[in-house]
Write a protein that binds this ligand. Structure first.
Ligand SMILES: *[C@@H]1O[C@H](CO)[C@@H](O)[C@H](O)[C@H]1NC(C)=O
Ligand SMILES: *[C@@H]1O[C@H](CO)[C@@H](O)[C@H](O)[C@H]1NC(C)=O
Ligand SMILES: *[C@@H]1O[C@H](CO)[C@@H](O)[C@H](O)[C@H]1NC(C)=O
Ligand SMILES: *[C@@H]1O[C@H](CO)[C@@H](O)[C@H](O)[C@H]1NC(C)=O
Ligand SMILES: *[C@@H]1O[C@H](CO)[C@@H](O)[C@H](O)[C@H]1NC(C)=O
Ligand SMILES: *[C@@H]1O[C@H](CO)[C@@H](O)[C@H](O)[C@H]1NC(C)=O
Ligand SMILES: *[C@@H]1O[C@H](CO)[C@@H](O)[C@H](O)[C@H]1NC(C)=O
Ligand SMILES: *[C@@H]1O[C@H](CO)[C@@H](O)[C@H](O)[C@H]1NC(C)=O
Length: 495
């Protein structure tokens, strides 16, 4: 329960990229970060990356190596960075703690404290892509950890590694998932290490590959978070509505089977390709749909069926990368740039964020509880809203559609919004003693619907209508990542 009581809206804070708030909330809360590889296209330089990240309101970046010019560009940015140790460096770093120490000194410590480095990701999908280094992965991680500990930096900078969802063998029903036994001798001590060092398990999810693998049992809609009949896990009696949740719970179960149910899952990378042999396997439209729904899902802070309300920190695709992957039947690609050209897609929405109808020039807004407000303060405000304030609080009663997650933050958000909308969004109607803030993305989730502004308009999503200038919503200090992306001026500079 304590877990679930964490602010359901930490993501709001995270997404703001507002330095103080995001710093305070930095150790928890669902968020969307992005991956960045250092081999940027020739027309993009590190400054553009930082500009993009800031314009998107993204507060977290996973850099795949320790490229000094990119790290330097993030100085004073307040963006939290995970630095990568590339696979080819693993033998070196595994050789001794002194080598790991020297590497950290030259590539990481040199950027502190100007660059907010919070983690070292040792290797990328080593077990599946570079299996000859499998046996030295853990020694490399230990050397890095011990070197951090000597420098007294082990609490501030976590050590992990990113593994592929392809290591899960029987994953169709999440409860059945186990790590492929070929790798279990390596994974078990790795989990022990992550647990001892209070780190997290990083999973790179390949939604298309998982969909193709379980095609007979599921549907494309299940993979794209569209309405579908779902999958019922007969062992746990939990209904699954999308493949993402199934993959995350599968990972929890595979870890639990190795006695580590406590380790958090961080999604280190996820994308749907923009190119494939068939539209089903990759198209800008499906990529846009996937991303849009993924972002919405993560930021809803609903968690997964097995862990309702648990935060899921997720790093999306690298928007700059001309990433090519040899897929099951075709070469897949993810990038905001068109295949074989340097032109960005005419699909701002490709990045996965809502376009919104502007209602007579202004966007919709909702009122929610801020992250990090003590329950006692939220409780007082909640009582006022439902009492004197005459907010509609039926839905947060125990039989109501918004009762779960049963947290002060979630209940207060519902009540605050009701009051705010009933008051016609007047100035001051979203304050509640400083515990509330307006947002421009619909906080509704699952069966819980937050009254929209005016109650009349609707958010629409059109992956095609992306370069229409009426698309953009002016950025407001309190707007969410989602809204920030909707206005996406980034493509303008890329053109
Ligand atoms: C670092 O990144 C920049 C920008 O992409 C690139 O030009 C440079 O070659 C990279 N440096 C290394 C050592 O990879
Ligand atoms: C486990 O991994 C091995 C080696 O990559 C592979 O050959 C095998 O098919 C995998 N097993 C399952 C059940 O995925
Ligand atoms: C999944 O599909 C396969 C092939 O159609 C079928 O044999 C199997 O029973 C299905 N599994 C479940 C759990 O539905
Ligand atoms: C927008 O403005 C027009 C003209 O003032 C009005 O008729 C219409 O109801 C407004 N629409 C909304 C959604 O407020
Ligand atoms: C928004 O639009 C969708 C699809 O057109 C519709 O199903 C839904 O009821 C609308 N919601 C509201 C609040 O108008
Ligand atoms: C997007 O464009 C495709 C191809 O031009 C078209 O088939 C589809 O209906 C469009 N979608 C929307 C929502 O306009
Ligand atoms: C987007 O812009 C391109 C060129 O600027 C134009 O050809 C295309 O019709 C535009 N699409 C939309 C949906 O406005
Ligand atoms: C762009 O937006 C304007 C204003 O909403 C609309 O009139 C126009 O039809 C849109 N153009 C396209 C190509 O969608």
């Amino acid at each position: 329960m304590e877990d679930a009581r964490r602010s359901g809206l930490h993501w709001v804070v995270m997404a703001l990229g507002a330095c103080l708030l995001s710093y305070l909330a930095s150790s928890e809360g669902s968020f969307i970060g992005i991956n960045v590889h250092s081999h940027l296209p020739s027309h993009v330089d590190p400054k553009h990356v930082v500009d993009l990240v800031k314009k998107l309101g993204v507060g977290h970046v996973r850099l795949h190596d320790a490229n000094s010019s990119i790290l330097s560009a993030f100085a004073y940015s307040d963006v939290e960075i995970l630095v990568g140790i590339t696979n080819n460096l693993i033998p070196t770093v595994a050789s001794s703690q002194a080598v790991a120490s020297a590497w950290l000194k030259d590539h990481v410590f040199v950027h502190l404290p100007y660059v907010k480095i919070t983690g070292i990701v040792v290797g990328n999908e080593v077990l599946s892509k570079f299996s000859s280094a499998g046996a030295i992965l853990l020694p490399a991680m230990r050397n890095v950890y011990n070197a951090l500990a000597v420098a007294n930096m082990d609490k501030q900078i976590k050590v992990s590694t990113s593994l592929s969802s392809s290591l899960l063998s029987t994953g169709f029903l999440p409860s059945q998932a186990r790590f492929n036994s070929t790798y279990s001798a390596l994974i078990e001590p790795l989990l022990n290490f992550l647990s001892e060092s209070e780190s997290y398990f990083m999973l790179s999810i390949k939604p298309l590959a998982l969909y193709l693998q379980y095609k007979h049992n599921t549907s494309l809609d299940y993979a794209l978070f569209l309405p579908n009949q779902g999958v019922f896990d007969t062992n746990t009696n939990l209904p699954y509505k999308n493949l993402f949740d199934a993959a995350v719970d599968a990972t929890y179960n595979a870890m639990a089977a190795m006695n580590h149910p406590e380790l958090p899952v961080v999604v280190s990378e996820i994308y749907w390709p923009t190119l494939g042999t068939s539209p089903e396997e990759g198209s800008p439209e499906n990529a846009a749909l996937f991303n849009k729904n993924l972002v919405r899902h993560i930021l809803s802070n609903n968690g997964t069926p097995q862990r309702p309300g648990a935060e899921i920190q997720t790093y999306m695709f690298d928007p700059f990368s001309e990433l090519k992957i040899i897929g099951v039947t075709s070469e897949h690609q993810w990038s905001i740039f068109e295949h074989n050209t340097q032109k960005p897609f005419n699909h701002r929405a490709l990045l996965g964020f809502y376009t919104r109808d502007t209602v007579n020039g202004s966007s919709q807004s909702w009122c929610v509880a801020k992250g990090g407000i003590p329950d006692s303060q939220l409780g007082t405000a909640l009582n006022w809203a439902c009492g004197q304030g005459s907010a509609d609080c039926g839905a947060i009663q125990s039989d109501g559609s918004c009762f779960n997650p049963d947290t002060y933050s979630s209940h207060a958000s519902y009540a605050f919004n009701s009051y705010y909308q009933k008051s016609g969004q007047t100035a001051g109607s979203c304050d509640f003693g400083g515990s509330a803030m307006t947002v421009t993305v619909d906080p509704s989730y699952a069966s819980c619907s937050f009254a929209p502004s005016g109650g009349s308009s609707n958010q629409t999503f059109n992956p095609n209508g992306s370069n229409n200038s009426s698309f953009g919503v002016p950025l407001r200090a309190s707007s969410l990542l989602v809204a920030a992306l909707a206005s996406l001026p980034i493509l303008a500079f890329l053109r």
